[in-house]
Design a protein around this ligand. Structure first.
Ligand code: NAP
Length: 333
């Protein structure tokens, strides 16, 4: 397959290159694109060192897959034109996620939605991590309501977000405060910021609403009541999510643990007697979403469950999910 990675020098693009190699995606030709700023950079790839080129509008010619990880504006401007050049386009941005004729896919949940579409949207990272655990629980116990609080890493804001956290943490430790904020609304070191993306008229942020809108579409559950509070924390990668669900049928921690243990894309990490539970330190670089702290919820009684997820959002929330979609679209041998 001739594959193009658009946004190859970014936080997600670099992971896509790595995942293509790790999963032995059958790449015969790899084209890497960035803005003119990073053109000329060389990156290690499964096909050896490659030089990144500046994006140009004909860049999709001759490619079988275009994996886009640039921005919503870029995708709105170029995704459909790239698809018209012949390749399948898998887009990491939010540009098309809610469009009726564009599938929004997490393969463990709704691979069938891919159909014959040539443009597929990859979900918001927090959403992808959530639905791999939510859908099997829904299948087993029914789902009435969902409440989520997130603990989101700096890399969710891209390579600049990671750089800012590292540089500003160093500044505080070596020179004394105060830390500066450029990418984030407030300094992130030694802080948490309950503000990701813009505030909406309903007082939720757009990040929080994406979790609701996109989970409903992926799970095919348009009426699912879901409330999210999204918080940026000073970790480098992996999003944590504290989840409370109300179920239709009675649920126990034991039964939920058994369901999640069998769920594709989920790894139960839940041995509190030995202080074992999901953490960014252990979930970093992992394909599976860690699920733990599984317990009956004291508010909803036998119809309620609390649990904690940690998923590497650069992988399951972006690069891995995009490559998994591409794998499902490979021509049958
Ligand atoms: N970070 C996450 O956890 C995450 C998760 C899910 C989805 N996403 C989505 O994935 C996309 C990329 O996010 P990211 O975090 O990887 O961002 P990032 O680290 O800021 O990387 C952006 C990439 O796009 C390139 N780029 C910027 N403007 C361009 C242009 N005009 N033409 C061609 N390339 C251009 C950049 O190249 P230069 O190096 O030249 O600037 C860089 O390679 C976004 O839509 C984001 O919402 C991100």
């Amino acid at each position: 397959m001739r594959v193009g990675v658009f946004g190859a020098t970014g936080a997600v693009g670099r992971e896509i290159i790595q995942v293509l190699g790790d999963r032995k995606f059958p790449v015969t030709e790899l084209k890497l694109y960035s803005s003119p700023r990073s053109a000329g950079t060389t990156l290690k790839t499964p096909l050896g060192e490659k030089t990144v080129e500046a994006f140009h509008p004909e860049a999709g010619r001759g490619l079988d897959f275009c994996l886009l990880s640039v921005s919503g504006d870029f995708s709105r401007a170029h995704a459909k034109a790239l698809a018209a050049q012949g390749g399948i386009v898998i887009d990491n941005s939010s540009a098309f996620r809610l469009e009726d004729d564009v599938p929004l896919v997490v393969p463990e949940v709704n691979a069938a939605a891919i159909g014959s579409s040539r443009l597929i949207a990859n979900p918001n990272c927090t959403t992808a991590i959530l639905v791999v655990a939510l859908e099997p629980l829904r299948q087993a116990f029914g789902l009435k309501r969902v409440i989520v609080s997130t603990y989101q890493a700096a890399s969710g804001a891209g390579a600049e977000g990671m750089d800012e956290l590292l540089a500003e943490t160093r500044r505080v430790l070596l020179e004394g405060g105060p830390a500066q904020a450029r990418k984030f609304r407030h300094p992130l070191p030694f802080n948490v910021i309950p503000h990701i993306d813009s505030f909406q008229p309903n007082a939720y942020t757009r990040e929080e609403m994406k979790v609701a809108w996109e989970s409903r579409k992926i799970m095919g559950f348009p009426g699912l009541p879901i409330s999210c509070t999204a918080v940026r924390i000073p970790t480098l990668r992996v999003h944590g999510e504290a989840v409370t669900i109300e179920t239709e049928r009675p649920v126990t921690a034991e039964a939920a643990r058994a369901v999640l243990a069998k769920a594709a894309g989920v790894k139960v990490v839940d041995d509190v007697a030995n202080a074992v539970y999901p953490m960014p330190l252990t979930a970093t670089g992992q394909y599976d979403v860690e699920a733990g702290r599984i317990r009956a919820n004291d508010v909803f009684g036998e119809h309620g469950l609390d649990f904690f997820l940690c998923g590497d959002q650069l992988l399951k929330g972006a690069a891995l999910n995009a490559v998994q979609i591409a794998e499902r679209m490979l021509p049958k041998a």
